[in-house]
Design a protein around this ligand. Sequence first.
Ligand code: PLP
Length: 424
Amino acid sequence: MKRSEKLFAEARRIIPGGVNSPVRAWKSVGGCPRFISRGQGARITDVDGRSYVDMVCSWGPLIFGHAHPSVVRAVQEAASRGVSFGAPTPGEVELAREITGVYPSIEKVRLVSSGTEAAMSAIRVARAFTGKPGIVKFAGCYHGHVDALLVRAGSGAATFGTPDSEGVPEAFVALTRVAQFNDLGEVEGFLRSYGREIGAVIVEPVVGNMGVVLPRAGFLEGLRELTRRTGTLLIFDEVITGFRLAKGGVQELTGIAADLTCLGKILGGGLPVAAFGGRSEIMDKLSPIGGAYQAGTLSGNPLAVAAGLATLRDLGPKSYVRLEALGARLEEKIRRVLRDRRVQAVLNRAGSMWTIFFGVERVRNFAEASAADTQSYARFFHGMLERGFYLPPSQFEAAFLSLAHGEAEVDGAADAAAEALGSR
Ligand code: PLP
């Protein structure tokens, strides 16, 4: 811990909160964040030489775990050819081909560098296409730190109890309406009352950012139907779920075609690539064809694209069978631990993403997630950490398994949970 503590002390002097993204500061669980020096497969090692099974996986991108050989090779080869040109490169076309190949709803796609940019740009093009400025989002969903979407946001915003951000003028969010996830009636009401103003409904189709929350049967289908009826675009933010729950994300699993899709995380294999895409008629509203401006110096960066391509090419149907089996094993074992230890908690899971909420019976929306006992989560986090398992340092984030994890890591996590919860 000594080196992490020293680094954190210095970081806090010269970086706000000592971190470049708020949740990394461990504010809601307490303690000193571990500074990480390396990762290999399912494990990370901190600067003090302690090794942990990593259940954060860089918040989702590392579906093959750390330092996946084909990703490392692809990045090295790309770097040796030059790291950035600001001109089109063949890899960008290949990555666009990979994306459109697995997402039938995406006819055209544009690459950007972060999920925030993807969501921001999707909203812009939706407004340009429909001519309607209003947006509906869901409480507890997080779409990056876009001004108009930082309203009752999940993830770090929820962690710090500031789901509405200072520095975002009210006028910037005046066009954003917030519904409760899984409440179709509320969305219907908004669209009935304000349908002529609302250009887009944006949703995480399986939520990761209030912890994992699943859509109830018919919710996503209902959103599709309602938006279609009112000429509103449906935006699926699959920044987490894309390539994670299936190669074609929630859209592959449900057969629902979104009008616009945001992708990120796994798409870049751990390097900064994200994307937004949809039907050609919508995407052609973008400059240089249409009048909606969007651009980026490092968009489609060759290193990031190479990492993304290497990742997507290694992912096949068997990957998802394996991830589901690992997730199901973890769920079963941890549920048994919770029962045996008589701990009131629920485990929500979709494939390889999961969350334990303490002190509640079910979590289907942000109101229910917010009722979870975050102090119990913090104790659990530290109990797991002491036993060598690195979980998200916040109740309101998903934990992830990767293809580098195996039965040993899953069973070890359940054993560690039994100890951690037994010694409370
Ligand atoms: N959308 C979702 C669903 C996310 O989970 C995130 C980040 O966690 C974002 C958008 C923003 O992505 P980024 O952090 O790359 O800006």
